[in-house]
Write a protein that binds this ligand. Structure first.
Ligand code: GRF
Length: 194
């Protein structure tokens, strides 16, 4: 693996669409001395994503690709990743589905965080669905991205209890807190023993 990556920290791109709280937690990891990753760039499909303000504040390079023409945007992103010598992509609340051909080009090098205990509740509205099904637990999962939505190999999961009085907002808040811990743990798990 080390041979593949080269010396130094793993050059990483974070893809976001919204608030970017997972970006923040990954950035915190990346600023630690023993972090395996270094965030080189933040990529967003949404120019209004709050996470971009975080990137600006912390002087992280950022680029927006609007995905109006998905094929075109993906081609431009690939060029940008190449230019920045990116080895790893972390999807962090990125709300666009990447094409099979894009994923193939970064095979085994794209991670995602998903707010459920996969394989349960792929896709959207995970918290609402877990509550409606009267599940006792939900949680979050970090997994490799393959060509099927939320179906790649699971790296790590964290269970979170669902309480009787939870609504999707309270559950989402509790799970998001765990996501912030879990994403860094997953990265350390994959890359710390190179
Ligand atoms: C997180 O719950 C993530 O699991 C989901 O979208 C949310 C993004 O949150 N895919 P943030 O933008 O990182 O705050």
């Amino acid at each position: 693996m080390r041979k593949l990556i080269g010396p130094g920290k793993i050059k990483t791109a974070i893809f976001i669409s919204g608030k970017g709280t997972n970006l923040k937690s990954l950035h915190k990891l990346s600023t630690k001395k023993n972090s395996p990753i270094k965030i080189e760039i933040v990529i967003s499909n949404n120019s209004l994503a709050k996470g971009l303000d975080y990137a600006t504040k912390h002087k992280i390079k950022q680029k927006i690709f609007d995905f109006k023409d998905k094929n075109k945007s993906e081609k431009e992103i690939l060029k940008c990743l190449k230019k920045n010598q990116i080895f790893l992509i972390c999807l962090a609340g990125f709300m666009k589905i990447l094409s099979k051909s894009f994923i193939k080009k970064f095979k085994g090098k794209i991670l995602n965080i998903h707010p459920s205990l996969l394989p349960k509740y792929k896709g959207l509205n995970t918290h609402q669905r877990a509550i409606e099904n009267k599940d006792k637990y939900s949680g979050c999962t970090v997994h490799f991205v393959n060509s099927k939505l939320d179906s790649g190999k699971i790296i790590i999961q964290k269970k979170v209890r669902i309480f009787k009085n939870d609504d999707y907002k309270t559950l989402k808040k509790r799970i998001l807190k765990q996501e912030h811990i879990l994403y860094s743990k997953a990265i350390k798990k994959i890359f710390s023993n190179l």
